[in-house]
Design a protein around this ligand. Structure first.
Ligand SMILES: NC(=O)c1ccc[n+]([C@@H]2O[C@H](COP(=O)([O-])OP(=O)(O)OC[C@H]3O[C@@H](n4cnc5c(N)ncnc54)[C@H](O)[C@@H]3O)[C@@H](O)[C@H]2O)c1
Length: 703
């Protein structure tokens, strides 16, 4: 069969040959054996719903074996024979161009260069699934290949419910993942429902077909590390009269102004981060971006990674400069790098707790600290406890889960104790959206202040929230469906020109963000960030996203771009995600535990022109801890696309700014007032500010 024929065939009527288990591929860990014998019968019955009865005897045996061995039924036999990667969009069998674009995005997510455990349909984060099994994949591709632009495909956690009549302006696909009744949202509920084959953890971009490989995370991590470094410098070298400009990154190419502080580096009007030391953990799927971001920001970074395979992979890819297995050898290397103000990324192949304790004992000054172990998933391999080898931890996890949990809790207590020592000596420590503070507090670590707040800010509270999300800046991205690198280069050039024009008149409040983003897009091509599809990420605000998208649409219309473009974003954004310990951790009016914004976001995108929308339970910080929504939009040069861009992107950004403004976030208030001044028809409810003194006095008087 050709590629097209295999897609159109969906689930083949005759059983294909069994596919051998490929041990050269990175496979998902064995999942917890959580089902009762009765529930195992139900899981098999659920799996067999996809096949006619004549195949049940063979498949029941096979699926029972998969459930026993892997804890899940992946239906390996139905993995396609063709190579998995995004083809140029014209190669897909399709009656509707939008559906062809979605097929390309699905295949890019599953590309083995992109996906973490491609044969288990896990895209990233250890459990972020696109589908639960290969039957679902085959059915979805068949539906997409045969649907018209007057139908909508409905997706329940990887399962295609079917095609329903709709209309041209409706989304072609509506995706929900892991939407369970709130009281059934504990980690073990996910294990059970997923093993039964009725729910999945869609993470953020995995279950919404919008993952673009490591590039997606590099930009956000770079912004975070750069601004964390700026915060340290601001504190150490306060602005003095006569100083102009900003804290510069990665060296300085500007002359020193008159009156510059003598303590700053020669040749700069503000100090550079050269010589700052950044310590963190994790060289996995997304955490692997940290050393690259450290280098772009111009600091010395040390990243601990317990898994030698993960560390070696990042080293081989050039994402980290040096691997060190021995702390006795690493410590002098750190001292040398800091003293010489090298821009270098060092990795410690070992447990991060050992690293932190040694740094504390040696009295080394650490300037920036964080953690990106997978603490959203602490009991199933996201965090390895100190004092145990990787193999011993894996064995305990499966055979002595309670003992393993206690080891993780004890490790977190030691982890935080060492961090506290270094923070006491001036280190700026921030939670990097991996539930580090949350899980440490649950483990009884010394991470809470007397009033119950965390000792340390999350990166959203201090950096991404007030500087980016509140102004509407978020992880806008696009994919060139021609798969032609020249198209991507042209889109970079278009985006750079548009941003330059906007920056010329941008208010001071967002001038720094605009400068950083222009620099990012200027460098993006040179940094060779593409893995898989021809994709780009660029943090932009509503004006930037809209003008860039309209310029792309014009370029498609005029034939300058050779194919349509998919617009989208990840969910780490101003509006898409309600996540009290991450994206909405800088909401302080009590509503950070409400998920109205994410739900409203997806509903609004759905009727304003999105090609597909998705809403998920779970994501970066864990099942039950976040609701997040996303979208994808295929633009093809048409007037319809122009309309969809204007209407949908406007809502997609301003919904969140309006909510953040109502939560009394001053930058968001500034941004939404600016938007109201230029947009007829936009009327947002603004908060009246009440004086704290008045309220405290009133309450005191009433007692
Ligand atoms: N802030 C953000 O924007 C953002 C973005 C991406 C990911 N995250 C979060 O960061 C976390 C990491 O994501 P990922 O995709 O890299 O996950 P991952 O599981 O691929 O990588 C985590 C790495 O940490 C290592 N590790 C675990 N315990 C360790 C220990 N004690 N010492 C040293 N190394 C240890 C693991 O071996 C693994 O390689 C997740 O919780 C994710 O949700 C946050």
């Amino acid at each position: 069969m050709t590629f097209q024929e295999e897609i159109l065939a969906g689930i083949p009527s005759e059983l294909p040959e069994g596919m051998p288990y490929d041990s050269t591929v990175n496979h998902a860990p064995k999942r917890k054996d959580i089902l009762t014998p009765e529930q195992k019968v139900l899981a098999l019955k659920n799996a067999l719903r996809y096949f006619p009865e004549r195949h049940h005897a063979v498949l029941a045996k096979e699926f029972a074996e998969e459930l026993r061995r892997y804890g899940r039924i992946y239906m390996y036999r139905f993995r396609p024979r063709y190579e998995m990667y995004a083809r140029p969009v014209g190669e897909y069998p399709a009656r509707c161009a939008q559906a062809a674009g979605i097929m390309a995005m699905i295949q890019n997510n599953l590309d083995p260069r992109v996906a973490q455990h491609p044969h288990e349909l896990i895209i990233y984060g250890g459990n972020g699934a696109i589908f639960q099994n290969w039957a679902q994949y085959r059915l979805v591709m068949q539906y997409l290949a045969t649907m018209t632009d007057e139908q909508t495909l409905v997706m329940y956690s990887g399962h295609p419910l079917g095609l329903f009549p709709s209309h041209r302006d409706a989304p072609r696909v509506i995706v929900t993942n892991g939407m369970v009744i709130p009281n059934y949202s504990k980690p073990d509920d996910w294990e059970r429902l997923n093993a039964l084959g009725v729910s999945q953890y869609g993470q953020m971009t995995a279950g919404s077909y919008m993952y673009i490989g490591p590039q997606g995370i590099v930009h956000g991590t770079t912004i975070t590390v750069m601004n964390a470094a700026r915060k340290v410098l601001e504190k150490r070298f306060p602005v003095k009269p006569g100083m102009t400009g900003e804290y510069v990154m990665a060296g300085c190419d500007r002359p020193s102004p008159a009156g510059a502080d003598p303590s700053v580096m020669a040749g700069c009007d503000r100090p550079s981060p050269a010589g700052l030391l950044f310590v963190t953990a994790g060289l996995g799927g997304m955490s692997g971006a940290q050393p690259k971001a450290g280098n772009i920001a111009g600091v010395v970074s040390v990243t601990a990674e317990i898994n030698p395979l993960a560390a070696e992979k990042r080293y081989a890819q050039g994402w980290v400069d040096e691997l060190h297995r021995d702390l006795d050898e690493l410590i002098p290397r750190i001292r040398k790098a800091v003293a010489a103000k090298e821009v270098v990324s060092l990795a410690y192949v070992g447990n991060v707790v050992d690293l932190w304790e040694r740094l504390a004992a040696e009295g080394i000054r650490v300037d920036l600290g964080s953690d990106q172990t997978s603490l959203h998933n602490p009991w199933a391999g996201g965090y390895y406890p100190v004092g145990y080898s990787l193999e011993e931890s894996k064995r305990m996890m499966a055979e002595e889960p309670e003992r393993f949990r206690e080891a993780v809790r004890a490790s977190l207590r030691r982890h935080v104790a060492a961090v506290n020592v270094l923070a006491g000596r001036g280190m700026y420590f921030f939670d990097y959206g991996n539930a580090f503070l949350l899980e440490s507090s649950r483990a009884g670590a010394d991470v809470l202040l007397p009033d119950g707040r965390f000792r340390y800010p999350s990166y959203v509270q201090d950096i991404m929230g007030p500087m980016y999300f509140d102004y509407g800046f978020g992880p806008f991205r696009w994919v060139c469906l021609s798969e032609d690198p020249e198209d991507l280069a042209l889109t970079d050039a278009i985006a750079m020109k548009v941003l330059g024009e906007i920056a010329a008149t941008a208010p001071e409040e967002i001038a720094g963000q605009m400068r950083d983003n222009i620099r990012w897009i200027e460098e993006a091509g040179r940094n060779h960030l593409v893995v898989g599809s021809q994709a780009r990420i660029l943090y932009a605000d509503c004006e930037g996203r809209t003008k860039i998208a309209l310029a792309f649409n014009a370029a498609i219309r005029e034939g300058r771009l050779r194919g349509p473009v998919v617009l989208g974003r990840d969910h780490h954004d101003v509006s898409g995600t309600d996540s009290p310990f991450r994206e909405t951790s800088n909401i302080y009016d009590g509503s950070q535990f409400c998920a109205d914004m994410a739900v409203q976001n997806v509903i609004g995108d759905g009727f304003r022109g999105a090609t597909w929308v998705s809403i998920h339970n779970g994501g970066g910080v864990g099942w039950g801890e976040v609701i997040n929504g996303g979208f994808g939009m295929v633009i093809d040069g048409s007037e319809d696309s122009d309309r969809h861009i204007r209407e949908m992107l406007f809502w997609d950004v301003n919904n969140g700014i309006a909510r953040r403004s109502w939560a009394r976030n001053a930058p968001a208030r500034f941004a939404i007032e600016r938007e109201m001044a230029r947009t007829p028809g936009l009327r947002v409810t603004l908060p009246h500010e009440a004086s704290d003194d008045l309220l405290r006095q009133t309450l005191a008087d009433s007692q």
